[in-house]
Write a protein that binds this ligand. Structure first.
Ligand code: URA
Length: 201
């Protein structure tokens, strides 16, 4: 990417909004939301159907899981910065339904420069990757969640890797789902402790 680094989040968002989607489907660009200097930046994979319709990140079913876990961990979502690795919804149309498609590594790379500038401009104490696509985008290499869950570094940013909230929604067994939720909540409690200990970034 040859663009010079934007000086403000507004300038960055303008570049993202004006760019062609880097994935098939891809309606509007769904931009990151939250305060600059937020303690925590949460990075998801890409907007889903609901997010594309409403134009905000994590407002659909995965967002509800995120809202619940953050509330239970005592983290105020309004004070966190929430964004995605890929800014457009990648989908295939089947009848009336738009079916989510996972972005390829090449597509994630296409958006990576923007995500890095976004993290530099937001400058959070901790960057949290929600799932493998976010971890790939932030680290620049594949980091399987099982082996890498927990504290890490993404370049100059302190980082943390956990699962994507939608992975909990896909678990059919109720007990296994509850167990996965407990582990997810433990991650968010740890995240809260980590940011409370760190001086402002
Ligand atoms: N899944 C994501 O990764 N991001 C969203 O914004 C919604 C669902």
């Amino acid at each position: 990417m040859s663009e010079s680094a934007p000086a403000t989040l507004e300038e960055l968002n303008r570049l993202i909004t004006e760019a062609e989607p880097g994935v098939t489907g891809g309606g509007r660009a769904v931009l990151g939301e939250g305060p600059i200097g937020a303690d925590i930046a949460l990075v998801g994979e890409q907007p889903g159907d609901r997010e594309d319709i409403e134009g905000h990140p994590f407002v659909g079913p995965a967002g509800q899981v995120l809202d619940r876990v953050m509330a239970e961990a005592g983290i105020d979502r309004r004070r966190a910065y929430v964004t995605n690795a890929v800014k457009h919804f990648k989908f295939v149309q089947r009848g009336k339904r738009r079916i989510h498609q996972r972005p390829t590594a090449g597509e994630v790379k296409h958006y990576r420069w923007w995500l890095q500038r976004e993290m530099d401009l937001v400058h959070p104490k901790l960057v949290v990757a929600l799932g493998a696509t976010a971890a790939l985008a932030l680290a620049g290499k594949a980091l399987p969640i099982g082996a890498n869950r927990g504290e890490t570094h993404f370049g100059s940013h302190e980082g943390y890797i956990t699962v994507h909230p939608s992975s909990l929604l896909r678990i059919p067994d109720a007990e296994a789902k509850q167990e996965a939720y407990r582990a997810f909540l433990a991650d968010f409690r740890r995240i809260r402790t980590l940011v409370a200990r760190r001086p402002a970034a």
